[in-house]
Design a protein around this ligand. Structure first.
Ligand SMILES: NC(=O)c1ccc[n+]([C@@H]2O[C@H](COP(=O)([O-])OP(=O)(O)OC[C@H]3O[C@@H](n4cnc5c(N)ncnc54)[C@H](OP(=O)(O)O)[C@@H]3O)[C@@H](O)[C@H]2O)c1
Length: 254
């Protein structure tokens, strides 16, 4: 089999594609030939600029993924515009801090909002993708989890780590349950990666704290994550279905 990563026959929905890891993924997939449904929440202008730059029929789609109705509408709109979806990248995610010292209301808000975007939307979009793939003959799902799913997180991000653990179990279940229907599912678990989300954490804990966790000299960038996603969606790694790929600058060997 040729090792060329060619996604030119694929329409791929990438959630949270305006910034950070999602943007790098959208750019990488388009570079490999895919037509990308660039999902955004608030960054409309950025999404529009990105699809203009990609110049390959990619289109922007808006949805607040904390609202189930909007999740369903997003999937419907992409199918309407693209006709067919070949792959889904569940990337959009949030991290709302609240530790056990927080008042109950703030803690509940952090849990429900984090779960709704990181886990509920991922589950619902995966359901819609599976329904669609059952009609089209198959497809692939990559979901972005986190190192936090495996080693836990700091005291203020309990909900975040729990949501990301859910993503891993969801992916494995999809791989087991739907493999015979030509549906493959993978998890990518980044460690600390330089994005807007990470800046909040760096501000609070400092860059040295973060660097102390990793084996490599420099912090992971979104561009260090994106090529693996293109590879997983290429068909060259289908027998790794159900797997989690850690991309964490050697956190576990450090
Ligand atoms: N950065 C890290 O260190 C790190 C480590 C491990 C895993 N991850 C995971 O990687 C993924 C991407 O993270 P990132 O650091 O690239 O994030 P980011 O730079 O903060 O970007 C977040 C993206 O999610 C979208 N989004 C936020 N809230 C949303 C909502 N309610 N509904 C729909 N979309 C929403 C944003 O859209 P708008 O711009 O339109 O608002 C944006 O595109 C997340 O799942 C994150 O948990 C990140």
């Amino acid at each position: 089999m040729s090792m060329k990563i060619d996604l030119s026959n694929q329409n791929i929905l990438v959630t949270g594609a305006t910034r950070g890891i999602g943007r790098a993924i959208a750019e990488q997939l388009a570079e490999a030939g895919a037509r990308v449904a660039v999902h955004y929440h608030q960054s409309r202008e950025t999404a529009e600029q990105l699809v203009n730059k990609l110049e390959n029929g990619s289109l922007p789609f808006q949805a607040d993924l904390s609202e189930a109705e909007e999740v369903l509408q997003l999937f419907r709109e992409v199918v309407d515009k693209f006709g067919r979806i070949d792959a889904l990248v569940n990337n959009a995610g949030i991290a709302i801090s609240a530790d056990v010292e927080s008042d109950d209301k703030a803690f509940i808000h952090s849990w429900s909002k984090t779960m709704s975007v990181n886990l509920h939307a991922t589950g619902l979009l995966s359901k819609k993708a599976i329904n669609h793939f059952q009609e089209t003959g198959g497809g692939r799902i990559v979901s972005i989890s986190s190192r936090a799913a495996f080693r836990g997180d700091t005291s203020d991000f309990l909900a975040y780590a729990a949501s990301k653990g859910g993503v891993v179990a969801l992916t494995r279940s999809i791989a087991r349950a739907y493999g015979k229907q030509n549906i493959k599912a993978f998890t990518v678990a980044p460690g600390f990666t330089r994005t807007d989300m990470a800046e909040d954490f760096i501000e609070k804990y400092g860059e040295e704290y973060v660097k102390n966790d990793i084996a490599l000299a420099s912090l992971t960038q979104p561009q260090d994550i994106a090529p693996t996603v293109a590879f997983l969606l290429s068909g060259l790694a289908d027998h790794a279905t159900g797997a989690t790929i850690d991309i964490n600058a050697g956190s576990y060997v450090h």
